[in-house]
Each structure stands twice: as structure tokens, then as C-alpha cells.
Design a protein around this ligand. Structure first.
Ligand code: HEC
Length: 168
């Protein structure tokens, strides 16, 4: 019996290695933050090390991403991260949305919610372990982008409009 179950699991594990899915690579960055915002080299390095794999159009996949179901699981994080925030599809969005995402960036990094814990656990991405001063660099930078938007655009263009309520 145990042997049979083992065999079934093995067959499933082998089979799922071949289910295709689209990787997050190759799509050009059409509206990258670098088009509208200043990204100092030290900030860019932190973003590359700790954020861009889940928040841009190009992820660097580790070898174990080719082993399923690990790859599906990683891809889920990437797709989910990009849906919330994509630094490569950013500057064509409404200003209020952009302003809000900088606000969220400050919050997420301040609270230690980003990068995702599962990303830095197990020592798999040592370069993404941010020190307090790294975090402060990202926070200050995101705040600078908010300040820049504030002095550049009218205040009401930076406020998220509530969706109008459905007709009664
Ligand atoms: C391993 C993937 C991963 C990494 C690395 C990562 N994120 Fe995220 N990020 C996510 C996911 C997934 C979400 C969606 C939130 C959730 O489901 O909890 C998210 C959400 C966010 C949000 C919230 C956006 C919103 O408005 O909802 C911000 C801001 C953010 N991340 C910034 C960052 C920053 C800055 C870094 C680097 C310091 C980073 N993330 C690193 C996966 C990641």
C-alpha cells in the first residue's frame, strides 16, 4: 500500500514538472519609475537586491525555481507582488495612484513587511536582508518622491478618488 502511494506521488511530482507557465521575464519595462523619478545608485542597488524580483517585469530565477511545485509557488508571489506594485509599469498610472504607492512603500518597509519574509528566510536571498540603515535609505527615498510630487502637481491630483457608489 505504502509503495503504491509513494509511486502515485512520484508520478504526480514528475508530471507537474512539465506543466508550462509563463515566467516573469522578457516583457519590456514600458513605464519604469526611472522615467519620472530620481533613483540614486545606492537606492537602485537596494531595489535590485531586495525588491525588483517581485515588483518589476523581470525576475531572476534561482535554479530551484525550475523544480515544481517550488516554481509555481514563487511565481505566485511574483504575480501577486506585481499586481500590487510594478516599478516597470508605474509612471502612466494616475498621479494619485503613484503617490499612494510611495506612501505604501514607506509603510511596508517601515513595518518590515517587505521584502516578504519567505524571501529572506532560509538564507536563500542574503542580499535582500536589509539593515536598519538600508531600510531608512528606501524610506527616505520614497518620501522624497512624495515630496517631489507634492511640489510639482496640484494637491488634489494626488488624492485617490473614491469610486462613485453604484446607482441606487
Ligand atoms: C518575494 C516577492 C517580494 C519581494 C522580494 C518584495 N515584495 Fe513587495 N509585495 C509582494 C507581494 C506578494 C505583495 C502583495 C501584498 C500581500 O499579498 O501581502 C507585495 C506588496 C508590496 C507593496 C504594497 C503595494 C500596495 O499598495 O498594495 C509595497 C509598497 C511593496 N510590496 C514594496 C516592496 C519593496 C519596497 C520591496 C523591497 C524592499 C519589496 N516589496 C519586496 C512580494 C514581494
Amino acid at each position: 500500500m505504502l509503495k503504491k502511494i509513494g509511486l502515485v506521488i512520484l508520478v504526480i511530482l514528475v508530471a507537474i514538472q512539465f506543466i508550462p507557465y509563463e515566467k516573469n521575464e522578457g516583457k519590456p519595462a514600458e513605464h519604469p519609475i526611472s522615467g519620472s523619478y530620481n533613483i540614486p545608485a545606492n537606492v537602485n542597488k537596494l531595489l535590485i537586491n531586495a525588491c525588483n524580483n517581485c515588483h518589476t517585469n523581470t525576475s531572476e530565477y534561482p535554479w530551484y525555481a525550475s523544480v515544481e511545485p517550488v516554481g509555481y509557488w514563487l511565481n505566485g508571489h511574483i504575480q501577486n507582488g506585481k499586481r500590487h506594485l510594478n516599478f516597470d509599469e508605474f509612471t502612466h498610472k494616475p498621479l494619485a495612484w503613484q503617490y499612494h504607492k510611495w506612501e505604501e512603500t514607506v509603510e511596508m518597509v517601515e513595518e518590515g513587511n517587505m521584502p516578504l519574509e519567505s524571501y529572506t528566510n532560509f538564507g536563500l536571498h542574503p542580499e535582500a536582508n536589509l539593515t536598519d540603515s538600508d531600510r531608512q535609505v528606501i524610506i527616505d527615498w520614497a518620501k522624497d518622491q512624495m515630496a517631489y510630487l507634492k511640489v510639482t502637481y496640484p494637491a488634489d491630483s494626488l488624492v485617490m478618488k473614491r469610486r462613485s457608489p453604484p446607482p441606487a
